[in-house]
Design a protein around this ligand. Structure first.
Ligand code: NAD
Length: 228
């Protein structure tokens, strides 16, 4: 089986009803990104940050995987599909994708404020005074701006194995994730689905499909199957 490696971003979940923040003037569900997605924001107002991610976690109960997530799961019958996602939702998993690497963390996990490698499953709200086994405050298991991306090394290794590399629903503006495009092998087929252009859209070996994730995936599926 050929290796189909997918880099997905907030745009793939937009049609499931989870907003991207890059399309909302830098606001994430009406919050400034620095307030809710940075170590400084956490230090300044941890209650607000916890509340923000508690709301995002609750929202998972009201949304469902869309056609784009589902097509990627179906392609597992024909390809070794490895998904590298910047999303913190669980919609790839719920669609049935078995190999999903989360670059920016997961809403359904928490970690110790002191030791981010101390990770727990988290279904309920996190409150101030909820402690990790090391006695320190629990925080959302999310990679905030300015923090290291622990899964990056593994993502690079996966990108280097790609026969086909598909970028869907990401602006390719958030580094180091965007740098994965530079890691793919020279003879690898590169497809990009996004309603907006990025600096990579017209690079010489990119096949740019200017569509939303669901319509773009429907168009692309026959092209990808022909590469089997
Ligand atoms: P981003 O930089 O990946 O930008 C979103 C991209 O989605 C844009 O390029 C936009 O053109 C594209 N897009 C919008 N609607 C689309 C659609 N229907 N189909 C396909 N593409 C579409 O992501 P961001 O929103 O700037 O968020 C940055 C980070 O914030 C993420 O990497 C993630 O860590 C976090 N975030 C996660 C979620 C989620 O888990 N669903 C949602 C928002 C933000």
């Amino acid at each position: 089986m050929k290796n189909l490696v997918v880099l997905s971003g907030a745009g793939i979940s937009a049609e499931s009803g989870i907003k991207t923040f890059r399309d909302s003037n830098g606001l994430w569900e009406n919050y400034r990104v620095e307030e809710v997605a940075s170590p400084q924001g956490w230090k300044k107002n941890p209650a607000l940050v916890l509340d923000f991610y508690n709301q995002r976690r609750k929202q998972l109960h009201t949304v469902h995987p869309n056609t784009a997530h589902k097509i990627l799961a179906e392609l597992q019958q024909f390809f070794n599909v490895q998904i590298i996602t910047q999303n913190i939702d669980d919609l790839h998993e719920r669609a049935g994708s078995a190999q999903v690497l989360h670059l920016h963390g997961e809403l359904l996990k928490a970690c110790s404020e002191r030791d981010k490698s101390l990770i727990l499953k988290q279904k309920k709200d996190i409150k101030l005074g909820d402690f990790a086994p090391d006695g320190h405050q629990l925080r959302p298991y999310i990679v905030w701006f300015g923090e290291e991306v622990p899964a990056m090394e593994e993502a690079v290794q996966i990108a280097r194995t790609a026969d086909i590399f598909l970028v869907v629903g990401t602006s390719l503006q958030v580094y180091p994730a965007a740098g994965l495009v530079h890691e793919i092998p020279e003879n690898c087929e590169l497809f990009i689905i996004n309603p907006q252009e990025s600096i990579f859209s017209f690079s010489k070996n990119a096949n740019f499909i200017r569509e939303n994730a669901t319509s773009g995936m429907k168009k692309l599926v026959d092209v990808i199957m022909a590469l089997r």
